[in-house]
Design a protein around this ligand. Structure first.
Ligand code: PMP
Length: 352
């Protein structure tokens, strides 16, 4: 850091992304990417767009927003797209939880919520998960401030029902409730239908997981016209061309073959159930997951040790050295072959 950097950033504890190492070829199960390639048509669409890079991208993102509106049965005015859903989460904290405004999110959840809350000086409270690592919806009733919940939650994979989310949204009419549905396509119950009924519900989604486009950086939000207009104001105050041409084209092409994407989600879910059963057989406690990862611990085995031993054997998973969860590993669901490698490596470590 230089001495010129504003204290706002120099004092901030920043987010640590999962490793993207280049020292060897790993079985990479640490950042919840899809093990399957993008939908047919995506590469061609991106290549065609690459020939027009002398021109700015469409700031309105009309084609992609229209495609999303059709896919989810809403109007273009209910859709916002941005450079990854992280961008939208940042915008939402900027819009609704800035300069001492109250914000609430679970103590164990996506690590970026705390970073954005610090960055924008929210007056935030982290609400503890229950003993079984689930979210108690009662804890979020009538809080009167901005609320952010990942549903399914990360890194637990555990989900709330639409009815439980509705109770939270209904009891907080004076605050925006952001439901981060990054993982919902892997078996969660989406709250999208509620956006027609509640003007304070902001549903955030991503193309990174269920649509195999993590590298393209594409997220979207669906909400009332008012909330979408708020996000647009922030975008037009910072960077109106924040989704590039190739990514816009990738998004449209991906939605044209969405059956392919949803079929991949079903494959991942099937693999997840197989892996969860195998880990359970090896003595692991595996939390019930509705996401493309499992969160598991082995009684009597140190989580950090397992993570390091797996890495030595070329298998990369995620370990969080944080209170309550340092025993756990978060393991992304890859192909059946990758999970075979994982299980063999774990077996060897446990037997060694
Ligand atoms: N929300 C959650 C819960 C996540 O785990 C992630 C992925 N790290 C994101 C949002 C951000 O995804 P992206 O920026 O790739 O859309």
């Amino acid at each position: 850091m230089s001495r010129y950097l504003s204290e706002k950033y120099s004092a901030l504890e920043v987010y640590t992304p999962g490793e993207q190492p280049r020292d060897m070829q790993y079985v990479k199960l640490n950042t919840n990417e899809s093990p399957y390639p993008p939908a047919p048509g995506v590469v061609e669409a991106v290549t065609a767009e690459a020939r027009r890079l002398e021109l700015y991208s469409d700031p309105v993102c009309a084609d992609l927003r229209d495609a999303l509106a059709r896919r989810y049965g809403v109007a273009r005015e209910n859709v916002f797209v941005s450079n990854g859903s992280d961008d939208i989460l940042n915008f939402a904290f900027m819009a609704y939880a800035v300069d001492g405004a109250p914000a609430f999110f679970p103590d164990i959840s996506y690590g970026f919520y705390r970073v954005y809350a610090d960055l924008h000086k929210s007056n935030y409270r982290q609400i503890p998960l229950k003993e079984d690592f689930s979210i108690d919806p009662q804890d979020y009733r009538g809080l009167g401030g901005f609320i952010a919940i990942a549903n399914p939650n990360a890194p637990t994979g555990m989900a709330l029902s639409m009815a439980q989310v509705e109770g939270i949204v209904q009891s907080n009419p004076d605050g925006v409730v952001l439901i981060d549905e990054a993982y919902v396509d892997f078996g969660g119950e989406s709250c999208l239908p509620l956006t027609a009924k509640y003007d304070n519900l902001l549903v955030v989604r991503t193309f990174s997981k269920s649509r195999s486009l993590a590298g393209a950086r594409l997220g979207f939000a669906i909400a009332s016209e008012g909330l979408i207009a708020d996000l647009d104001r922030i975008k037009y105050s910072t960077n109106p061309y924040n989704v590039n041409r190739m990514t816009l084209a990738a998004g449209v092409a991906s939605l044209e073959s969405d059956d392919y994407n949803m079929a991949n989600c079903r494959r991942v879910m099937q693999t997840r159930e197989d892996v969860a059963a195998r880990l359970t057989n090896m003595g692991f406690e595996v939390l019930p997951s509705s996401a493309n990862f499992v969160f598991a611990r082995h009684p009597g085995t140190d989580g950090g040790m397992l993570y390091r031993e797996l890495k030595k054997r070329g298998v990369l998973v995620r370990h969080f050295d944080a209170p309550r969860i340092s025993d756990f590993l978060r393991i992304t669901i890859g192909t059946p072959e990758q999970m075979e490698t994982l299980c063999a490596a774990i077996k060897a470590i446990l037997e060694g």
